[in-house]
Design a protein around this ligand. Structure first.
Ligand code: NDP
Ligand code: GDR
Length: 346
């Protein structure tokens, strides 16, 4: 019997890589998708299987983290072995514009899902997508024992999810864990996160379709890794004997300015000729520096990041240039590893 997994947020960057990983391991994968007036499944279209096919192992279900009754029904119907809660309003800047909605989905969505597990009487392992944004204003390096100090409605919502996951582990003896993941990127990254915004702009500028790129704070320090590697770490957290929380990070800092320089340079462009400042991209409260210490994950999970910010920038620039040339999306027929080659590490 193959294992069954339920993924919320399957249409997002991480959900698409995780679905690929679990399918490759023989899982039956169920994904929660939101009904929208236009299709929102482009990151997983290449994985789609006709459910009439007797060999189909990917199934999509309409639902929303704001709809508790639906979550209970689905949990009972699917009866998963593993649940990965990746669904969220995940944009930090947007959380200042939509604080209540962010609290409802990114915070309360987690308790709805945990309660669905309990009410449906499902015996499963539960992964919560926690974040380095929990550390916020606490200076680096940050690890599993670093005090939290969130700096946004998003961070505050995620801190609720972190603690309620831990509480359900202690109160109900659930195998429920927090993966505290530092920023991770890929050619599938949402277009308004800073790395992808930069690499898409580089491709457009190179092609003569755009002249300027408007940016906010270039001094922010982040620890950027490669999303395809991070979903492996998520899966490993659910395969160990005891439920524990883990940091996943590269341990290497870069500034936004450095990511800009590498990306433009890779395309033969001078970033200073194209980048302009726009205060709209500043946040009311900023997280200045996140640099993770992933020692625990390396020791107990055997997980280690191998792709670092400069390679990542080159992978993403190449993917966006290729996507623009074929007027397509960079993820349609590729697992991103396929477009990573050793010269990106140069
Ligand atoms: P994305 O923004 O790419 O994906 C978010 C997913 O959540 C999408 O599938 C989206 O669906 C879904 N979603 C949003 N609102 C709801 C809702 N109300 N009900 C159900 N589903 C919903 O995020 P990432 O893939 O980058 O991140 C995955 C998770 O990990 C998120 O929880 C994020 O906060 C967290 N995280 C991410 C990090 C990163 O660097 N990427 C680092 C640390 C944590 P739709 O496609 O319909 O919008
Ligand atoms: P972050 O990612 O807030 O760290 O959250 P983002 O890429 O949005 O910002 C990183 C840093 O870049 C600065 N910045 C800009 N950011 C954006 N989006 N657009 C700009 O024009 C711009 N200019 C400068 C930001 O101020 C910030 O300092 C991501 C999300 O994936 C969260 O869901 C996740 O939890 C954390 O990473 C870890």
């Amino acid at each position: 019997m193959s294992k069954k997994a339920l993924i919320t947020g399957i249409t997002g960057q991480d959900g698409s890589y995780l679905a690929e990983l679990l399918l490759s391991k023989g899982y039956e994968v169920h994904g929660l998708i939101r009904r929208a007036s236009t299709f929102n499944t482009s990151r997983i279209d290449h994985l789609y299987q006709d459910p009439h096919n007797p060999d189909a192992r990917l199934f999509l279900h309409y639902g929303d983290l704001s709809d508790a009754a639906r979550l209970v029904t689905l949990m009972g119907e699917i009866d998963p072995d593993e649940v990965y809660n990746l669904g969220a309003q995940s944009h930090v800047r947007v959380s200042f514009d939509e604080p209540e909605h962010t609290g409802d989905t990114t915070g309360l969505g987690t308790i709805r899902l945990l309660e669905a597990v309990r009410r449906a009487g499902v015996k499963c392992r539960f992964y919560q997508a926690s974040t380095s944004e929990l550390f916020g204003a606490t200076p680096p390096p940050q690890d599993e024992n670093t005090p939290f100090y969130p700096r946004s409605p998003y961070g505050a919502a995620k801190i609720y999810s972190y603690w309620i996951t831990k509480n359900y582990r202690e109160a109900y003896d659930m195998f429920a864990v927090n993966g505290i993941l530092f920023n991770h990127e890929s050619p599938r990254r949402g277009e308004t996160f800073v790395t992808r915004k930069i690499t898409r702009a580089v491709a457009a500028i190179k092609a003569g379709k755009q002249e300027h790129l408007y940016m906010g704070n270039l001094d922010a320090v982040r620890d950027w890794g490669y999303a395809a590697e991070y979903v492996e770490g998520m899966w490993r957290m659910l395969q160990v004997d005891e439920p524990e929380d883990f940091v996943l990070a590269t341990g290497r800092p870069s500034t936004v300015r450095e990511f800009l320089e590498t990306s433009f340079e890779h395309a033969g462009l001078d970033w200073e000729k194209h980048v302009r400042f726009d205060e709209r991209y500043l946040r009311p409260t900023e997280v200045d520096a996140l640099i993770g210490d992933p020692s625990k994950a390396e020791e107990k999970l055997g997980w280690k990041a191998t792709v670092h910010a400069p390679e990542l920038a080159r992978i993403m620039v190449d993917a966006d240039i290729a996507a623009l040339e074929c007027a397509g999306t960079p993820w349609i027929d590729t697992v991103a590893q396929h477009i990573w080659t050793p010269e990106h590490a140069a």
